[in-house]
Design a protein around this ligand. Structure first.
Ligand SMILES: *Cc1c(COP(=O)(O)O)cnc(C)c1O
Length: 392
């Protein structure tokens, strides 16, 4: 690999472009929906826009019920309350994930059990489930990394065989499919994120999809601070009171109004991201043939949403150099998770099952490239040329 000095950068003649890693775009009705929510006095939770978003998601996912939350973290917390995780209960999940997947289990006194990931999709390796299961195992939490689905058919079959719940961390999975069914429709419960860095955004935001109808009533109660407020407003009960544990998991309707406008553009946002993703993918094909990089692998049964475009390079050293080169030319590319089994809280609260060689190997070699809703092909080409020059 050449150093910057000896590289004849094609970009020298160009202006340096500043390209952030992620940038949200409010190019639809976001502002007018927010104004409308405020003008109609609908600023608390569970208002008009919350209901609109919930029914849109319910239809999109084919879920029995969807509740908007203020984050995916909140939706995961609700999910593990609903899964009835008790102190000492174990939940199998990848180590290669965001902290919220594990933290939501730990908040119930449960133990995250970290297993390795598949080298192709970087998703939980379903062949490792059997070795991870104990008498304490209560649930599996597959995480759909980069919006590419986990192998939900064998995971669901395994869960069924051993009587485990499946809680999908679908934070990155909106508008993705597995075997033609949406991500988030396979588990008993699924948690989505609308955080500003995700595909569809409301700044902070999330949703819990409930596919198991027996969990709906309790989900509404947990969502509403442990009260039966929802049943009361429907006229199902004549008193509104404290009936279970819960918290305040609702977003304001102002945020839901923003989200509603985003959801209307879900198809066009996803399509544009796929176009940028594909441009990266074909540009790096040649480099993959030369074994300079490994590109993402999308199994045939997975229809993804282009949440992340990543490359795997040969070493930590190469990664550090490429990231530095990109930064020098204004491009914010980045690495990803510190595996949870190696994090201080992961060691304290979790347990590792088997070796995690794929996780440990890829976490030092992954580079995520900028990808956002209104990114231009010109910006993608600039990034591609910088990486090609760094790798020559
Ligand atoms: C973003 C993300 C979360 C957390 O989402 P928030 O909405 O920010 O709480 C959880 N899990 C995964 C895999 C994520 O990517």
């Amino acid at each position: 690999m050449k150093s910057l000095q000896e590289t004849t950068l094609a970009t020298q003649s160009q202006d340096i472009k500043n390209i952030p890693f992620s940038k949200f775009s409010a190019s639809g009705e976001e502002l007018s929906c927010v104004v409308e929510a405020i003008a109609s006095g609908g600023i608390i939770g569970d208002g008009k826009y919350t209901k609109l978003c919930q029914s849109w998601l319910r239809e999109q996912l084919g879920a029995k019920k969807v509740l908007l939350t203020h984050s995916c973290t909140a939706a995961l917390e609700m999910a593990f309350i609903l899964a009835d995780i008790q102190p000492g209960d174990e939940v199998i999940m990848p180590s290669y994930t965001f902290v919220s997947t594990a933290n939501a289990v730990v908040l119930r006194g449960g133990v995250p059990v970290f297993v390795d990931i598949r080298p192709d999709t970087l998703n939980l390796d379903e062949t490792k489930l059997k070795d991870a299961i104990t008498v304490k195992t209560k649930a599996i939490a597959p995480v759909h990394y980069a919006g590419v689905s986990c192998e939900m058919a064998p995971i669901a079959q395994f869960a069924h065989q051993y009587g485990l719940r499946v809680i999908e961390d679908a934070a990155q999975g909106i508008c993705s499919k597995y075997n033609d069914q949406p991500i988030g429709s396979y588990g008993n419960l699924a948690a989505f994120s609308f955080h500003g860095t995700k595909n569809i955004v409301s700044g902070e935001g999330g949703a819990l999809a409930i596919n198991d109808p027996s969990l709906i009533d309790r989900a509404e109660i947990i969502w509403e601070k442990g009260t039966n407020r929802s049943q009361f407003f429907r006229g199902d009960v004549d008193k509104y009171t404290w009936v279970d544990i819960g918290s305040s998991y609702l977003p304001s309707d102002i945020l839901a109004a923003f989200l509603w406008a985003q959801l209307q553009q879900a198809d066009s946002i996803t399509q544009h991201r796929i176009n940028i993703w594909s441009r990266y993918h074909s540009a790096f094909e040649e480099f993959e043939k030369d074994h300079r990089v490994q590109r993402p692998i999308i199994p045939r049964q997975c229809q993804h949403n282009a949440h992340i475009y990543y490359l795997l390079v040969d070493s930590l050293e190469t990664r550090t150099q490429i990231l530095a080169n990109l930064k020098r030319f204004g491009v914010q590319a980045t690495f990803h998770y510190v595996p949870l089994h190696s994090a201080p809280a992961g060691k304290k609260y979790g347990r590792q099952s088997g070796n995690l060689t794929v996780t440990e190997d890829i976490c030092d070699r992954i580079i995520r490239l900028p990808l956002f809703a209104n990114m231009t092909f010109e910006e993608a080409d600039y990034i591609i040329s910088l990486i090609q020059e760094s790798l020559l």
